[in-house]
Design a protein around this ligand. Structure first.
Ligand code: E4P
Length: 218
């Protein structure tokens, strides 16, 4: 499973990238607003930091403007994946950009039917939002299971399932068990993946016992 980091904070991306675990980055207009940075500049910086896909989202709602925005974003760097919303105009934009060889991430997916449409439109990634489905009292992971099952029926489909709106490690582990290709997560959730109280307890014991030997490796 590939790991993407869901943030527009360059310092967080730099720190996470040092672990060697980061395969790409996702941003959205809310994350850009939170960063307080210029959108085009920050995307260029992120693209230089990580070799993998960096999602940059269009902000228009109509096809003509989305396509213009998408083409401009795609020119920033080779590893830009243009993000479009799952609307009729968004999927038309996806189809047009994909034909031009641009990677496209179709976002705001909340149903298996939408995921099927995105794959047919040539999306590189489909982003189902698990956390936001959980937030309204449904089980977001059921959607990941459905999409993985559907896509598996058609081996020629190249669209990757990018699990988004991840809130905790269980979302990632369960999605990995289903065969989802990518999970995008906030930096704090990446850190949570490392944690286990028995690791901390075991290490404290090893440290204490090693101290008793009076030895040093170096
Ligand atoms: C992914 O591409 C989205 O930007 C993100 O995962 C949305 O997460 P949220 O529901 O926590 O805002």
């Amino acid at each position: 499973m590939k790991f993407f980091i869901d943030t527009a904070e360059v310092s967080e991306i730099r720190e996470a990238a040092m672990t060697g675990l980061v395969d790409g980055v996702t941003t959205n207009p809310s994350l850009i607003a939170k960063s307080g940075r210029n959108f085009l500049e920050v995307v260029a910086e992120i693209c230089a930091l990580v070799p993998g896909p960096v999602s940059a989202e269009v902000t228009a709602n109509d096809f003509d403007t989305m396509l213009k925005e998408g083409r401009k974003l795609a020119k920033i760097a080779k590893n830009v994946a243009v993000k479009v919303p799952l609307t009729v105009d968004g999927l038309k934009t996806c189809y047009a950009l994909a034909k031009e060889g641009t990677q496209v991430n179709v976002t705001l997916c909340f149903s298996a039917a939408q995921a099927l449409l995105a794959a047919k439109a040539g999306a590189t990634f489909i982003s189902p939002f698990v956390g936001r489905l959980d937030d309204i009292g449904t089980n977001g992971l059921n959607l990941i299971a459905d999409i993985c099952t559907i896509y598996r029926q058609y081996p020629n489909l190249k669209t990757e399932v990018l699990v988004a709106s991840v809130r905790h490690p269980v979302h990632i582990v369960e999605s990995a068990k289903m065969g989802a290709h990518v999970a995008t997560m906030p930096p704090a959730t990446l850190k949570q993946l490392f944690n286990h109280p028995l690791t901390d307890k075991g290490l404290a014991q090893f440290n204490a016992d090693w101290k008793k030997t009076g030895q040093s490796i170096l």
